[in-house]
Design a protein around this ligand. Structure first.
Ligand SMILES: [Zn+2]
Length: 162
């Protein structure tokens, strides 16, 4: 028997002002647009904004439903939009943030497990990493070089022989 460790690292910025201008723009837009999420049941409004390789921005917000399981997270709304609008174009950086009626929103958010899997799959379609900027309505920003850092040992296409 042996014990193996999984290590992950990410950068922490005290606030968005420490980022590049392009990344600040992404975070500011995500924070503003989170108000437009359709989340009447949870009051937890999430927004993801992606900067594509051609510098275009695409956004997604969570979309809830009275039939709760039908709801879709902001990250997967965004990935579906990107794949439809710009098929074949990688995402360079994605900012993800939220605002909540129930809790303090200043702590950085992280994608749920299902979205992590979707983000890993999307990234694996291209030969470049997809940076993630995770933040709340204010305060710290976490920078991950790849969604794979959030989902070690992800299920991959090659597990299916593809
Ligand atoms: Zn999710």
């Amino acid at each position: 028997m042996e014990t193996r460790k999984i290590n992950t690292s990410f950068k922490v910025y005290a606030d968005a002002s420490a980022l590049t201008d392009a990344d600040i723009d992404l975070v500011v837009r995500a924070r503003e647009l989170s108000a437009t999420a359709y989340a009447p049941y949870s009051g937890f409004r999430v927004c993801a904004v992606a900067r594509m390789q051609d510098d275009k921005l695409v956004m997604g917000t969570n979309q809830e439903n009275a039939s709760y399981p039908i709801g879709i997270c902001a990250e997967r709304v965004l990935l579906a939009a990107v794949s439809s609008i710009s098929p074949g174009l990688p995402i360079e950086t994605m900012a993800i943030t939220y605002q909540s009626d129930a809790v303090d929103s200043s702590e950085p958010i992280a994608p749920c497990g299902m979205c992590r899997q979707a983000l890993v799959e999307f990234e694996s379609r291209f030969k470049q990493s997809m940076r993630l900027l995770l933040t709340g309505s204010s305060g710290e920003v976490f920078e991950f070089e790849s969604p794979a850092d959030l989902l070690p040992m992800a299920f991959k296409h090659y597990h299916l022989g593809k």
